[in-house]
Ligand binder design. Structure first.
Ligand code: SAH
Ligand code: SF4
Ligand code: F3S
Length: 478
């Protein structure tokens, strides 16, 4: 059975995956880089910007470590475990340097930003340290590192959106692609390191987003996921030719513009913040069949008291009212969440509130974590990480079990229903079966038919005939 993993944000199976285009880069490249990505979709999208910048410098991507002149690790700081994984990897890479003295190793992304030159000075693990807003300086940094200089750029920017850089699609199935619409985050959730590693929030020029989506569609892509830490606060004011400001583009408007590229282009987005998602966005989703009926709406905690300490700025009631609103306007909308167990001061009754909100919202899926204190965050400075690990883990286990039940029930409700499925490719286990997703972002596996006109990127009707907690299986409706 395939696991139902509905986005890459914390998809364990994708962490550390080596990325390179499926068709190998042309032999015109004289040098090769290898890149591994960790963390959220934005990091995976950034690796594609990095690839584009490096291609221009004559470096082609490879999935083969032995072939690489440059090794990059695009890192994540969200939880301690994410950082530990990267450190282990870097120690392994360092060993490769013994065999190949010319080999350069670079740390990119959030850990680079958080630890800065420490990587070069204390640990001597790497040759380059490059923060998420500094990728344009990679060519310069690579040439500095080549002659043995320390190469560090971790400057954060208020403007950088890499709007004009066409990402090189690295791992694509050729059907779905990520498109960054903004960077950074202005929320200060007290547990979260992202505002420190990614800097201030800024929105990307709407025209460059539209052009990128249009080009993807023309290349055969059938699904784009618009990415930001808080997409509902997307806000861009285009400049007129004479320099005057024209009407601002909100997220709802951007969504509509992307949806109008073609009815055959599915549009998804992530992440929505419960405090910011508007009715206007929900009504826009209602108007367009090709805007997928799926919202990732992180809950974090079901307790109003804990939410307040987390600085999430909504209450349990507010969250439930948002869920009601989504279900009223979009009755068949899938909803998923992120949940943290054992945040500072969490009591048993707070934990029970979380379980109760899960029941109320009937999440189709959740990403669940136990709290990991991150240095420098508001919570680390203000509150004690006082829930014992054993309690955190027990609560997390209860949350996971609750979600497993909810996911199974959600899948059982789909039995007998017919969905429009976008085929993404062969199922992992069996090449006589296709794998695709419905609008609600659920993976559906079904046997191929004799109809040879079907390929990945085709839309088909599938009736769900079987389910487990993790997967839907079905049959083509011909
Ligand atoms: N911008 C997104 C979340 C990005 S981080 C949002 O606001 O929802 C992804 C998830 O990691 C968060 O939703 C949270 O559930 C989890 N997370 C963040 N910091 C964490 C920490 N210190 N410990 C445990 N989980 C954390
Ligand atoms: Fe972190 Fe909160 Fe910003 Fe999400 S909204 S990235 S959890 S600070
Ligand atoms: Fe993403 Fe991890 Fe950075 S979740 S923004 S890569 S800290």
């Amino acid at each position: 059975m395939e696991t139902l993993l509905i986005d890459k944000t914390h998809d364990e199976s994708r962490q550390g995956e080596a990325l390179a285009p499926t068709t190998s880069d042309p032999l015109t490249f004289t040098k090769r880089f290898y890149i591994e990505s960790y963390g959220c979709q934005m990091n995976f999208a950034d690796s594609e910007v990095v690839a584009s910048i490096l291609n221009k410098e004559g470096f082609g991507a490879t999935r083969n470590l032995e072939e690489a002149d440059l090794i990059f690790v695009n890192t994540c700081s969200i939880r301690e475990k994410a950082e530990q994984t990267v450190r282990k990897r870097l120690t392994e890479f360092k060993r490769l340097k013994k065999q190949n003295k010319e080999l350069l190793i670079g740390v990119l992304g959030c850990m680079a930003e958080r630890l800065k030159a420490k990587f070069l000075e204390e640990e001597r693990l790497v040759d380059l340290v490059v923060g998420p807003d500094a990728y344009r300086s990679l060519p310069l940094l690579v040439s500095e590192a080549t002659v043995g200089q320390k190469a560090v750029n971790v400057l954060l920017s208020r403007e950088e959106t890499y709007a004009d850089i066409a990402p090189v699609r690295l791992d694509g199935n050729g059907v779905s692609a990520f498109v960054s619409i903004m960077r950074g985050c202005n929320n200060m959730c007290s547990f979260c390191v992202v505002p420190f590693t990614r800097g201030r929030e800024r929105s990307r020029d709407d025209q460059s987003i539209l052009n990128e989506c249009r080009e993807l569609f023309e290349q055969g892509y059938r699904e784009v996921t618009l990415l930001g830490q808080n997409v509902d606060s997307y806000y861009y004011v285009p400049a007129e030719a004479d320099g005057s400001a024209s009407a601002p583009v909100t997220f709802a408007l951007l969504l509509e513009k992307v949806a109008r590229i073609s009815p055959l282009l599915r549009v998804r987005f992530s992440t929505s913040h419960p405090k910011d998602i508007t009715d206007e966005v929900l009504y826009t989703m209602q108007r367009y069949d090709n805007i997928c009926k799926y919202i990732h709406l992180p809950l974090q905690s079901g307790s109003t008291r804990v939410l307040q300490l987390m600085n999430r700025t909504y209450t349990q009631e507010w969250y439930k009212a948002k869920v009601d609103r989504i279900k009223a306007i979009l009755p068949d909308c899938g909803i998923s969440a992120d949940i943290i167990a054992g945040f500072c001061t969490e009591q048993e009754e707070d934990h029970l509130d979380t379980l109760a909100v899960m029941d109320y919202a009937k999440f189709d899926f959740s990403y669940m974590f136990f709290y990991s204190e991150r240095p420098g965050t508001l919570a680390a400075r203000r509150y004690q990480d006082d829930v014992p690990e054993i309690v955190k883990k027990r609560r997390l286990q209860e949350i996971v079990e609750k979600q497993n039940q909810l996911s199974l029930q959600s899948n059982q409700r789909d039995l007998g229903k017919i969905f429009t499925v976008l085929i993404e490719g062969d199922s992992k286990k069996n090449e006589r079966e296709w794998k695709g997703r419905n609008s609600q972002n659920k993976v559906i596996v079904f046997p191929k038919s004799a109809d040879s006109a079907l390929t990945k990127g085709s839309y088909v009707q599938v009736r769900v005939t079987e389910c487990s907690q993790a997967t839907l299986r079905g049959l083509l409706v011909l």
